[in-house]
Design a protein around this ligand. Structure first.
Ligand SMILES: [Zn+2]
Length: 455
């Protein structure tokens, strides 16, 4: 009911504002592109030489490029929740894909824009962002299923761009438009696929997404909408691709998963070619987009980045929080990270050195088998095995300037820095139950959805 009420508000408010207010903010078309699982160092504009991203590189030439941008989680749902609410996961309360949804009390970017007369749409490419998980709130259109996505839990970039263009065409004459387009192609699995002209399937998938991001940009140019548009392109997280002994993304807080691309193309391509060297975060996108739209932002964990884009004094360095959830059952725990002033701390509960790892793994396997259908359990098993073996060391500290690959753990060598980083990380406290915006998904609703998605 809460969401229905907000939608109604979105329809009524513009009319009221139009009647009573002469200094309404100027109209703006905003396109937010999120590339799932996309590492910035696999994009040409961030220095990759393999030709994976010619179209994104063109956009980068018209944009401000952010060199030290961080996602708040290496997981699709929590990371996008931070983008759309401006809140760290400790506050929006979505810590994992699946069990929790964003409650209707959240103030999301499309809701706020809708209250100021924006027409809004989301074009989604994976079931993990199903409307059941609450990111649909505030969107007039939340397009998540198309073609084969019901079976494959995903749709490809060509399909996403087609759906995005259909909606843009239908709203061609609307002065205020916000569209979020989510591309899922670089996400695994990659087995049984040829890389087709690239050195890896991953690179080929990035290139495929790039081609269809390009088609979306071409459409905006053909319609004469590109020059005045605000276009934001980022990723929800990266992919480890074998670094730190890991292929995936969900349990890593290393740079490969959290250091994300961010391009912001301003209206009339202002500040094109500028680069922001200071740390920025996904939570900054909501206040920044609202600032460009001339709309006051609600309190968030983020900041308006316009001053940094204009090259002003960035002031105190920003703290970029990250987290992910590991393990299962009673051994479920949260791993957290903080980037601040050139340092990165990764922190998690220590495993007792006396724990019998083999026995623990067997116990976990038995628990998984007892609680999950085989189709779900089999993909999870390697993660469980890896988590238990990998997570023995509890604290890591890296000097990101001297050691951007995070190879030398300085936690014990630099106790002064470690203590300061731990004190800073400790300030990122969970909102208590009742205030947290993450609420359990109703399993009666979830089960048929998972069945339809093939689980
Ligand atoms: Zn993702």
């Amino acid at each position: 009911m809460e969401r229905a009420k907000l939608r109604l508000g979105a329809l009524l408010l513009p009319t009221l504002l139009g009647l009573g207010c002469s200094d309404a903010p100027p109209p703006l078309r905003v396109v937010l592109i999120t590339l799932d699982t996309t590492r910035l160092d696999r994009l040409g504009c961030y220095g990759y030489p393999e030709g994976t991203s010619p179209r994104i590189d063109e956009l980068a030439a018209d944009s401000v490029l952010f060199e030290r941008h961080y996602a708040q989680a290496p997981l699709t749902l929590p990371s996008h929740a931070s983008i759309l609410t401006g809140l760290d996961p400790v506050h929006h309360g979505i810590h994992e894909n699946g069990p929790t949804r964003l409650d209707g009390r959240a103030h999301t970017l499309p809701e706020i824009l809708g209250q100021h007369g924006y027409r809004t749409s989301a074009i989604i490419s994976a079931g993990v962002l199903h409307p059941l998980f609450g990111l649909d709130q505030g969107f007039e259109l939340y397009s998540w299923e198309s073609g084969a996505s019901n079976v494959n839990v995903r749709s490809d970039a060509a399909d996403a761009t087609r759906r995005a263009i259909d909606w843009l065409r239908a709203h061609r004459d609307e002065p205020r438009v916000f569209q979020w387009v989510h591309y899922f192609d670089p996400h695994g699995p990659y087995e049984d696929e040829q890389p087709e002209g690239f050195g890896s399937v991953y690179d080929a998938r990035v290139a495929f997404a790039d081609e269809h991001v390009g088609a979306l940009l071409d459409h905006l140019k053909e319609e004469g909408l590109y020059d005045d548009a605000l276009i934001v392109l980022t990723a929800d997280h990266g992919q480890s691709l074998g670094e730190h002994g890991y292929d995936g993304h969900i349990i890593s807080l290393y740079q490969q998963t959290l250091h994300a691309p961010l391009l912001i193309k301003l209206p009339r391509n202002e500040l094109a070619g500028a680069r922001v060297e200071s740390v920025t975060r996904s939570v900054d996108l909501l206040p920044t987009i609202l600032a460009f739209a001339g709309i006051d932002a609600p309190p968030t964990d983020g900041l308006d980045l316009r001053g940094r884009m204009e090259g002003g004094d960035p002031g105190d360095p920003l703290e970029a929080y990250g987290e992910t959830v590991l393990g299962v059952g009673e051994h479920r725990f949260v791993k957290r990270s903080l980037v601040y002033d050139g340092w990165k701390l990764i922190s998690k509960p220590a495993l007792d050195p006396s724990v019998d790892m083999t026995a623990l793994l067997e116990e976990r396997r038995a628990e998984l088998k007892a609680t999950m259908p085989p189709a779900h359990w089999e993909p999870v098993e390697p993660v469980v095995a890896y988590t238990i073996a990998f997570e023995r060391h509890a604290r890591e500290l890296y000097d990101l300037t001297a050691d951007p690959q995070e190879t030398t753990n300085l936690y014990f060598e630099r106790p002064d820095v470690a203590r300061e980083m731990e004190a800073r990380l400790a300030t990122f406290e969970l909102w208590p139950e009742g205030r947290s915006l993450g609420v359990p998904v109703d399993s009666e609703e979830l089960d048929p959805v998972l069945k339809a998605l093939g689980y």
